[in-house]
Design a binder for this molecule. Sequence first.
Ligand SMILES: Nc1nc2c(c(=O)[nH]1)N[C@H]1C(S)=C(S)[C@@H](COP(=O)(O)O)O[C@H]1N2
Ligand SMILES: [Mo]
Length: 529
Amino acid sequence: MNDAIRTPRPLHEPTRTDRLLAALGGLVSAYVSLAVADLASFWVRPEAGPVAAVGGAVVDRTPAALKEWAIRVFGESDKTVLQLGILLLLAVLALAVGLLALRHRLLGTAAVAAFGVLGALAAVTRPDSESAMDAVPSLVGAAAGALLLYVLIGRLLTPRPGTAQADRRGFLIVAASTGLAVTGAAALARSVGTPVQENAAASRAALRLPPPTSPAPAVPAGAQLDVPGISPFVTPNRDFYRVDTALVVPKVDADRWHLRIHGSGVREERTVTLPELMARPVLERDITLNCVSNPVGGPYAGNARWLGVRLADLLREAGVRPPSEGGPADQLVARSVDGMTIGTPVETVMDGRDALLAFGMNGEPLPFTHGFPVRMLVPGLYGYVSACKWIESIELTTFDAYDAYWVPRGWAAQAPVKTQSRIDTPRGLGRTAAGTVMVAGVAWAQHRGIRRVEVRIDDGPWQDARLAAVDSSDTWRQWVHPWAATPGRHTLTVRATDGTGTTQPERRTDTMPDGAQGWHSVEVTIKGG
Ligand SMILES: Nc1nc2c(c(=O)[nH]1)N[C@H]1C(S)=C(S)[C@@H](COP(=O)(O)O)O[C@H]1N2
Ligand SMILES: [Mo]
């Protein structure tokens, strides 16, 4: 029956314990809201869950400087930190809503519903949202939470039969049983997996990569130096850096995937499926990819053996010509299933380099985190202007007409990679024994290649490092410099010269707006003496 009508107000002023329980009730209701929303999002779309939706909305609205700071401080955990932050804020709000509900039962309940509406709004306004169904998880979750809060507060407003004390026992029983039931259901659903994710995982497991029609030559033996602590020439997939805005990794069903090519200069709009793509001449290429957010000496670079098709050929068949041949479009905008947009110069894609639509990475289908089933790659350009993961369409347009995702956020519209060199070993601030120390690392200037790497000890002269064999001008190059280390504290500095003869400038610049520059150096202490 309706407790609110039977007992319009508490028979007594709420005690401290009642207030504590009310706050707890707010917390449990918020938890149940989120768990139920999570469950519902399994069937709708994992990306439509309230935390992912609100988190995505926050990511898109975060000022570039703050995002840079977050990447610098939290590295690849930045997404986890954001989600924990949202949960923490929700927890505080939930405690307050619980207390509010004790004063005004309906108002508190309405507050829970209002959060649900906010979550629903965030979900349907995400760039990847295609249907109003995305509102469902937040709304269903909020309804469950609101109902629970209403019932729980009811217990606190109802005296235990024969006493003037709130029905705390009833409160605890309802709170605990609901919390447990929902937790169990969510765990069960997770162990089963969502229908969408199941299909995607099955399609990836069933995918057979075609043999390359143009295989990459074997990596020359001398490309991998035998120095402990150096970055391996080929980065294993599990160690490959990951940078993207996706709070929920998109799980695309390869059997339903297709790529749409359209826009200015396209003779006839085209749609290609994965089997069609894999039936084309297949290229295997070693390409180093790096992120514009990589600071000098930073970790956001990796090198892999990719399998894919030549993007330029596909574009030509569709009628596209580069600007140098009078084509009307100078920008290619790749769009991903999660609404990311990445703008690449058409001229660069069609200038003869191995710009790929890739489906294989180091001998396996792309991992989900790296863009399964298909991503773009353009040797020589930073990832944010070339390497669209989970790609679903390509539009030919102009830089004047369209700003891709990162451009209004302060990053340059065009960004060829800058030459970088990194000391992998010895590690900065490390303590090393005296004697011969192998100073070693990698240097990259994709598509220009690395011609020279020099090392400087303290303020001494620049000395040529020994370079590993060249694999391709699109890959990084290892280098090593044996150093007769003397006891004490030393500063080691590296600089590289690219294939055009240009040496890295000394002056450090920020990653914003088009990539960091400057020499990498590390401080080491040599023991003894
Ligand atoms: N869909 C999508 N593609 C994306 C991104 C993204 O956020 N979403 N990030 C880009 C950036 S900034 C980089 S550096 C590369 C990183 O690719 P990786 O995660 O496979 O290393 O992907 C690019 N492609
Ligand atoms: Mo990036």
